[in-house]
Design a protein around this ligand. Structure first.
Ligand SMILES: [Zn+2]
Length: 358
């Protein structure tokens, strides 16, 4: 569990949007390597470590988070030295004005800046009451002209990420950017770490995909690469508890999510039931959850001839902003239910999952 928190903090501080995940890739590679018998990668940039079983023809269990966070690319460099941006992943434009950003060039130079906003003094009533469009936002990195931006080495397509440092608010709450989904990357590392001295009756393949936020693209190639018999996807879902409704699904601190339906996948029922029973048996907090979004599970479960897949998610407030908040007790619940779920797996149980809907 300490490792999970350490990796989460280190990973959340890295920047990586879809197609520019190399900072995260390098961190994953460095930390997967000492825990794995073999490292495998695909052509888009996903990476997994394999812990091989001593059993011949062992089944393959895939664990996956995704490395990319929501961000932007530089779309246009304007004459006055400002940058127009293109969203990579889902944003609500109202969360963006006056946020600090980091712009990273292809050769690795990093520039700080902010997303400009119109001061209240200069706002007309019409502007004040209409939502701002992302295409109208301007990033200011302190340059006085287009030429100055070009001289800094900034090019169209460069990565723009909101700055949102990892902060422990208290014993139970964490504030940070990119909890979606460095949580998943940290879980993939923590699970391999948890089983490093344990003989498992299956190959454990653990790592992270790329390009989830633009439509589960890396998950598709990662499934081709790993050819799993079953899969577990770790992701960070929206908490929904900031309003007054006490019966709402997705409460911060109420435990790991039993995600029984989402827009991309209906989970394998034997896996979901086992997750619930595991949580109950080990007195781990858990909550049912329904999502209008999706995860990499949406692509993985449809790969090959169909892969029984389950998500082990936590929820966080304000996801897809620079200021997400998650609960340490939820991380704890996810870590423990996941490790018990994996340690109890065997060939019979995996076969039951494969034949679950028959
Ligand atoms: Zn995610």
């Amino acid at each position: 569990m300490d490792k999970l928190l350490m990796h989460l903090e280190n990973l959340a501080r890295l920047d990586g949007i879809a197609s520019l995940e190399s900072q995260v890739f390098q961190y994953m590679k460095q930390n997967l390597t000492p825990l794995s018998d073999e490292i495998i990668t695909d052509g888009l940039g996903s990476i997994f470590g394999i812990k091989k079983s001593k059993v011949a023809n062992a089944k393959k269990v895939l664990l996956a988070g995704h490395m990319d966070e929501v961000g932007f690319m530089v779309k246009q460099i304007n004459d006055v030295g400002s940058l127009s941006i293109y969203p990579v992943g889902g944003w609500w434009s109202q969360t963006l004005m006056s946020q600090r950003v980091r712009v990273t060039t292809l050769d690795g130079r990093v520039y700080k800046g902010t997303i400009g906003s119109i001061p209240p003094h200069m706002l007309t009533d019409a502007k004040r009451n209409s939502p701002v469009e992302i295409q109208d936002l301007l990033v200011d990195i302190g340059a006085r002209s287009k030429q100055e931006v070009l001289d800094m080495g900034v090019t169209l397509g460069d990565m723009v990420v909101l700055d949102g440092d990892f902060v422990r608010l208290n014993d139970h709450r964490i504030l940070s950017k990119a909890l979606d989904n460095r949580y998943g990357c940290a879980m993939a590392l923590a699970m391999l770490e948890a089983f490093k001295d344990v003989d498992l009756p299956f190959d454990l393949i653990s790592g992270a995909t790329v390009q989830e936020e633009v439509g589960l693209r890396g998950a598709q190639t990662a499934a081709n690469l790993t050819q799993p018999d079953i899969a577990i996807v770790y992701d960070c879902s929206p908490a929904n508890d900031a309003g007054a409704d006490k019966d709402v699904l997705g409460k911060l601190g109420a435990g790991v999510l039993l995600r029984f339906v989402d827009a991309s996948m209906l989970p394998n029922r034997c896996m979901l039931e086992r997750l619930k029973k595991t949580a109950i048996a080990h007195e781990i907090p858990h909550q049912y959850y329904l999502s209008l979004g999706g995860t990499d599970a949406g692509a993985i479960h449809k790969s090959n001839m169909g892969v029984p897949t389950l998500t082990i998610c936590i929820c966080a407030r304000n996801i897809h902003t620079a200021s997400s908040i998650c609960d340490v007790n939820d991380l704890n619940a996810a870590y423990h239910v996941s490790s018990h779920f994996i340690e109890e797996l065997n060939d019979t149980i995996i076969n039951d999952m494969i034949t679950c809907n028959q």
